[in-house]
Design a protein around this ligand. Sequence first.
Ligand SMILES: *Cc1c(COP(=O)(O)O)cnc(C)c1O
Length: 375
Amino acid sequence: MSQQKAAAIPMVDLTAQYPLLRADIEAGLQAALSEARFILGPNVQALEEEIATYLGVEHCVSVASGTDALHLALRAAGVGEGDEVITTPFSFISTAEAICYVGARPVFADIDPRTFNVDPAAVEAAITPATRAIMPVHLFGQPANMPVLRDIAGRHDLMLIEDCAQSFGAAVNESMTGSLGHAGAFSFFPSKNLGGYGDGGLIGTNDDKLAVEARMLRNHGSRQRYYHDEVGYNSRLDELQAVILRAKLPHIDDFNQQRRSVAARYTDALQGVTGLTIPHEDGVGRHVYHQYTLLCEDQAHRDRLMAALAADNIASAVYYPVPLHQQAAFSDLHDGSAVPALPVAEDTAKRCLSLPIYPELALTDVDRIAAVLRR
Ligand SMILES: *Cc1c(COP(=O)(O)O)cnc(C)c1O
C-alpha cells in the first residue's frame, strides 16, 4: 500500500467561501460593469453607509488600503510634524509607517504578555508633552483594553485612533471596534476578516470634521471637482471591491462566529499541553480570531513544532518575528542611541506561532492539527 500524503491545510483558504457568495458577487459585478461608474460609484457609497450602520458610527470614508486608512485618519485628526504617537511594537509595519507618513514619531509601548495587545500602563508611562495620539491595534482580532485607553486619552487630551485591520466585527460590550476612539482604520486586504479581492480600507468616525477632512484627502484634497483646498492623495476604494465587500458584509457575523468555533476547538484540544500557552481572552471584548496564536516554550520549540506541522502538510506562521522597534526601517528613530528594550514584545516575537484559521476550516482538520502538536 502506498503512503498517502495528508491533504494540505493552508493558513487561509480564500476559495472556500466563494460558492456561498458567488451568485451575489457575479450579479453585483455584472451590474457595476454595465453601469460603469468605477470611481466613487454607487457601490462605494452604499458600502460606506452599510458599514456605518454595522459599526454604529456617523461616517465611513473608504480608501485604497488599510495603510491609507491609518495614514489619512492620522492626518485628518491633525497629527503631524513634531508629534509623538504611542503605539504597539507588536504589529504589522503599517501601524508605525502611517505615523511616519504624517511626520510624527512612533513611540512604542510594551505589550501585555497574555493578550499581545499594548499594555495601557506602558502607554501612560510613555506620555510626554509631545504626545498627540494613541494608536492601539486590536491584534489577532482581540480588542485592546479600550476602556482604560479611553480613560488615559481623555485625561491627557490625546487623540485615540484604532487600528482595526484585524478586528472587523470585534466589539467591547455592544460597541464595535472602530467606534471606540476618534477614528478607526480598517483593512479589506483579502485575508482579513472582511476581505475584498484586492486592496481596500476604510475609516470610521463619529467626528464630522475628521470625516470631511478624510473625504477630501482621499480625493486630491478636493471637495468640488478641480478645486483643491490642500494637497491630498489618490486613495479611493475601487467600485468592484465595494461590490464584493457588500456581498460579504451580511455574512460577517457568521464568519466571525465560525472563527470562534474553530478557536474553541483548538483551545479544547490544546488545553494543558505542556509547553504550549493557548490564546488568552481577557474578557474586555469579543475576540474575532483573525489569528489563533500560541506561545511556545522558546524559539527552538517553535521551530520543532513548525517542522512537525510542515511534515504533515499543515501550514503555520510567525506573526510577527521582529517587533517594530527592532526593524531596520525604524533604526533612525533611535537617533543613534540604543534601541529601547521592550522585553515582552521581544520575547513574544521569539515564541509566537499562528495556526491555520478561517471560517470554513473543518473541525476535523483542527483535530488533525492539534494531534500533531500534542504528539
Ligand atoms: C493588514 C494590516 C494593516 C494594513 O492593511 P493594508 O490593507 O494591507 O494596507 C495595518 N495594520 C494591521 C495590524 C494589519 O494587520
